[in-house]
Design a binder for this molecule. Structure first.
Ligand SMILES: *[C@@H]1O[C@H](CO)[C@@H](O)[C@H](O)[C@H]1NC(C)=O
Ligand SMILES: *[C@@H]1O[C@H](CO)[C@@H](O)[C@H](O)[C@H]1NC(C)=O
Ligand SMILES: *[C@@H]1O[C@H](CO)[C@@H](O)[C@H](O)[C@H]1NC(C)=O
Ligand SMILES: *[C@@H]1O[C@H](CO)[C@@H](O)[C@H](O)[C@H]1NC(C)=O
Ligand SMILES: *[C@@H]1O[C@H](CO)[C@@H](O)[C@H](O)[C@H]1NC(C)=O
Ligand SMILES: *[C@@H]1O[C@H](CO)[C@@H](O)[C@H](O)[C@H]1NC(C)=O
Length: 910
């Protein structure tokens, strides 16, 4: 079946033309395409004999690509007998004879696209059956017919002729045609009808392209016997567009943009659509803005809205309604159009600072008030309420140099709340001038905008206040040991209102050592006691007292005085180990380290100067002197024993004194820890015997002399027993009564009422390890013991004589049991108990002290216990010089006969 369509325009009727095969004519059919670049084959009639260089007449003007936008640039022939010259004419290469000829030419256009054009040549003068058979053959190739065109919205009358279809088989048979498919037998049924005999296709009603852009159906051909004589033909009907639809908006109609955005900021895109055929002027939409053109502009083709200025202001208008028109046909007046209103919302930026309502604010507050709300400062902000662009922050930009103020924001009202956090002083500033600046939480936008400030005058109310010390803390530098009563400074307080100190009285609040007195009326500070830099009350050379000032209305103020005590050389270096042990190594000479300490600090202290005392015997020498120690070395071997070495120790300033180092030379049991003496040697046990002998003889002598005094007393008063137990004297260490170096007298007496405080245990002998209990009576009545075994040097005052004593306190001297015993004994301080006490003491020496004295003591006292008029006399009591003779009252009744004698004598004498 062949369908030929010629002159495809908007023609509706068409004559069916049949080719003439009988003639030896060549027919050239040039297929053209209207919209698409579809090329039709070239059918040409040529003579049978073709000379070389024969131009096929139908191509004389060149093979053009009609309907194609692009121009052809190159041609290639598929048949070597033909060539195509540059302007598209087909020429024979050499002479040839043809009946029919079919080939193709490849055309390349300027866009680089290839097109194929079929060329069919037929012989004109050989109108033979051959050629017709060729033509028949050709029809078998079944050219697909071009789509038929149908205009939408066509006007009546209907039906209208569309196209005629025909089959080649109608040449041999009587045929009829049948169509079926879309628009015929399926929806929209009956749109197309066909004259079954002529093959004329008709359309019965208006078609809407937007509904059916094209139809596809098939045509079939049958002979009268109902046999299908040809293959069926697919037919396509394309509905041609008319601009029958207006464009429409799609998508939302709301846009947002920040106010003050710069010109040209893209705000959004307006989307539109048109149902007409795409890519035609029917759907070419132009966008136009109808109003608000001073603020925005729209791109005609894309619909993109941009801002036109940078002065969009939310505070003036926060929503802009703009009318937009869309029109097809590229905006031509003939085009269809729609209009729509779009909303552009401006969002807030912080382009308005908070502003103050007044030019000057005034407020008042009482002085010294703290954490009080002084005033509220209202502000206005045009920006969006309750956003960081609106919320105000306040600051005191002037007048808060000393941090008196704090500002907060009332979250509801946005007011500034001014608080005083540090009390103000009316006397200093009765009127405080402040500058208050308000800001927002968000930074400010816009170069012309600034944060605003406002002055505020705050008047301070006067309140009667307590006195104030000036300065708060007074520093004084005082030398230590200044005389009592020295004025070291004056610390005055002022009445803040009156600016004077009238009527203010001063009192001490703290003064840990009671070293200072303050003169009540003047505030003068005087020393009441010795300032001692070495006292534990002083830290880093500083001693602090606090003073209270009280005015007439009983208001008070306090101040601190820090006294910096400057060091003076009031301590000399003292030997810290005056009783060292030196292990006897026979002929090998040994040495011992002697150390010293000075409580002062340099330059009144180390380095010390060590020298042997003037009357040393040459058996020792000094070596290896360091800042605070020296090594004492034997110059000759010496037997075991106690050796006193006079040693002069001086501080850097040359202050010092000669001290005695009692070196115990012994055979060491162990040598660690400076050495521990072994079992006592013969010489020292002899020594202890000697001591006892001497002690006893001394006591006897004393008793005798007392007796003499007693006898010689002329008083006739009755003897009485004194129960006052507090009259005991102090026990002092004394070497004067000891004839030999090794012998030292020990005295032990307990004075009730004072208790153990005044236990002088300078009990030393060659046998005992040197353990001392020293009365350490400090200058201020304080003991500076720092724990057992630690050396202390203290200054004692006794009468007018000053001397230094050094000692070591050892809790283990007698053991607690013994102490208890002695304390009990002291409570029974009568003549009877004195005797008993001495007995016990002897017994103690006998049992407790490892029996060391047992032999000596028991032996000695065994003889004297009976019949002696003196009764039992202790070895250890020594009576001080100032002691009254009352002790005589406590002597045993055995003295009574003596007293009687004396009394009688006296009376007789009278
Ligand atoms: C018509 O009939 C002739 C002779 O029978 C035959 O050669 C030819 O091919 C037929 N044509 C068609 C289109 O069938
Ligand atoms: C328009 O289309 C674009 C791209 O699809 C989209 O981003 C934009 O949001 C649309 N505009 C509106 C107003 O819907
Ligand atoms: C633009 O026109 C629309 C519709 O007439 C109107 O609602 C809108 O207020 C106008 N906008 C301006 C900015 O004039
Ligand atoms: C005032 O100064 C103090 C201390 O510098 C500070 O803590 C306070 O915030 C300041 N007050 C204002 C309102 O600026
Ligand atoms: C100062 O007085 C105190 C107590 O009255 C007294 O202990 C101290 O020895 C005195 N000091 C001087 C240096 O006079
Ligand atoms: C005295 O006050 C000063 C300064 O406050 C302090 O450093 C020092 O430790 C105080 N001294 C004593 C003994 O409390």
């Amino acid at each position: 079946m062949l369908v030929e369509s010629r002159e495809i325009h908007h023609t509706h009727s068409r004559m069916f033309e049949r080719a003439l095969f009988a003639l030896c004519l060549l027919t050239l059919v040039l297929f053209q395409s209207a919209a698409s670049c579809e090329l039709r084959p070239v059918l040409a009639q040529v003579p049978k004999r073709l000379p070389a260089g024969y131009v096929i007449p139908e191509t004389k003007d060149g093979l053009s690509l009609k309907g194609c936008a692009a121009k052809p640039v190159a041609y290639t022939s598929s048949d070597p007998d033909f060539t195509v010259n540059t302007d598209g004419a087909i020429i024979t290469v050499h002479g040839l004879e043809i009946t029919t000829k079919q080939f193709s030419v490849l055309v390349q256009d300027e866009n680089g696209m290839d097109w194929r054009v079929d060329i069919i040549l037929s012989c004109k003068d050989e109108a033979s059956q051959k050629s017709s058979s060729v033509a028949l053959k050709r029809t078998k190739r079944r050219w697909r017919p071009l789509p038929f065109n149908l205009v939408e919205n066509d006007k009546p009358p209907f039906p209208k002729d569309l196209e005629t279809i025909a089959s080649d088989s109608s040449v041999n048979y009587t045929v009829y045609y049948v169509i079926s498919g879309q628009g015929v037998t399926t929806d929209p049924v009956g749109l197309f009808t066909l004259n079954r005999n002529t093959g004329l296709l008709k359309v019965t009603r208006t078609v809407d392209r937007e509904q059916y852009p094209q139809f596809n159906f098939i045509a079939r051909v049958f002979d009268m016997s109902g046999r299908e004589t040809d293959e069926y033909l697919p037919i396509t009907v394309i509905v041609q567009d008319q601009n029958d639809n207006a464009p429409e908006f799609i998508g939302g109609r709301f846009f947002t943009v920040e106010e003050r955005c710069r010109a040209g900021t893209v705000i959004g895109k307006v989307n539109a659509t048109d149902k007409d055929e795409p890519n035609t002027p029917h759907t070419l939409i132009k966008f136009t803005l109808h109003n608000a053109t001073d603020m925005f502009s729209i791109d005609s083709f894309t619909g993109v809205i941009t801002s036109k200025t940078n002065t969009l202001d939310r505070e003036t208008q926060d929503k802009v309604y703009v009318e937009i028109e869309i029109r097809d046909m590229g905006g031509a007046p003939s085009g269809h159009f729609s209009r729509g209103t779009f909303v552009i919302t401006l969002t807030d930026v912080n382009d308005n600072p908070p502003t103050f309502k007044e030019k000057l604010y005034k407020a008042s507050v009482q002085e010294n008030q703290e954490n009080v709300l002084v005033t509220r400062i209202p502000v206005e902000d045009k920006d969006l309420v309750n956003t960081p662009n609106w919320k105000a922050l306040f600051e005191v930009t002037k007048g808060n140099e000393s941090g008196n103020f704090r500002m907060e924001t009332d979250p509801k009202t946005n007011e500034g709340l001014l608080y005083v956090i540090k009390g103000l002083d009316y006397e200093k500033t009765p009127l405080v001038k402040l500058e208050i600046t308000a800001r927002n939480e968000a930074p400010l936008v816009g170069p012309e905008n600034k944060w605003l400030s406002v002055p505020l005058e705050l008047s301070v109310g006067d309140v009667d206040e307590g006195p104030e010390f000036n300065p708060d803390t007074l520093f004084l530098k005082v030398k230590e040991n200044v005389a009592n009563g020295t004025v070291i400074g004056t610390y005055k307080a002022l009445d803040p209102e009156k600016k004077n100190s009238d009527g203010i009285k001063y009192y001490k609040m703290t003064d840990p050592g009671n070293w200072i007195t303050v003169v009540e009326n003047t505030g003068e500070l005087k020393t009441a006691n010795t300032l001692d830099r070495e006292s534990p009350l002083v830290r880093n050379d500083m001693y602090n007292i606090t003073i209270r000032a009280v005015d007439e209305s009983k208001k008070t103020g306090t101040g601190t005085v820090i006294i910096k005590i400057q060091d003076v050389n009031d301590n000399i270096p003292m030997i810290t180990n005056p009783d060292p042990i030196l292990c006897n190594k026979g002929d090998t000479l040994s040495s011992v380290l002697v150390e010293a300490m000075d409580l002062d600090r340099p330059p009144y202290s180390i380095p010390f100067i060590f020298e042997l005392g003037a009357d040393h015997d040459g058996s020792w020498k000094l070596k290896d002197t360091t800042d605070s120690s020296v090594v004492l070395e034997q110059t000759m071997p010496m037997p075991n024993g106690l050796y006193s070495v006079p040693l002069l120790v001086k501080d850097l300033q040359g202050f010092g004194k000669e001290q005695t180092v009692n070196v115990r030379v012994c055979t060491c049991e162990r040598e660690d820890n400076g050495g521990t003496c072994g079992a006592r040697s013969a010489s020292s046990s002899l020594g202890s015997l000697g001591i006892l002998a001497l002690v006893l003889s001394g006591l006897l002598l004393l008793l005798l002399s007392l007796l003499l005094i007693f006898i010689c007393s002329t008083k006739r008063d009755k003897l009485y027993i004194n129960d006052d137990t507090g009259t005991g004297g102090m026990l002092l260490k004394s070497n004067t009564e000891a004839p030999g170096e090794e012998v030292k007298e020990g005295a032990l007496m307990i004075i009730p009422g004072i208790g153990l405080d005044v236990v002088d245990g300078s009990l030393q002998s060659g046998l005992m390890e040197s353990k001392n209990v020293t009365t350490a009576s400090g200058r201020y009545g304080q003991s500076f013991f720092q724990g057992g075994g630690v050396y202390n040097t203290t200054t004692q005052e006794f009468g007018t004589e000053k001397y230094y004593s050094s000692g070591r306190y050892d809790n283990n001297l007698y053991g607690n049991a013994t102490m208890q015993k002695l304390t009990n004994a002291s409570a029974l301080d009568t003549w009877k108990t004195n005797g008993r006490y001495l007995d016990r003491k002897l017994a103690y020496f006998g049992d407790e002290e490892e029996g060391r004295y047992a032999d000596d003591l028991l032996k000695t006292y065994g003889h004297e216990g009976m019949g002696s008029p003196a009764g039992s006399v202790g070895c250890c009591s020594i009576v001080g010089e100032q002691e009254s003779l009352e002790f005589l009252n406590t002597l045993s009744p055995k003295f009574r006969p003596l007293a009687d004698v004396c009394y009688t004598t006296n009376r007789t004498g009278n």
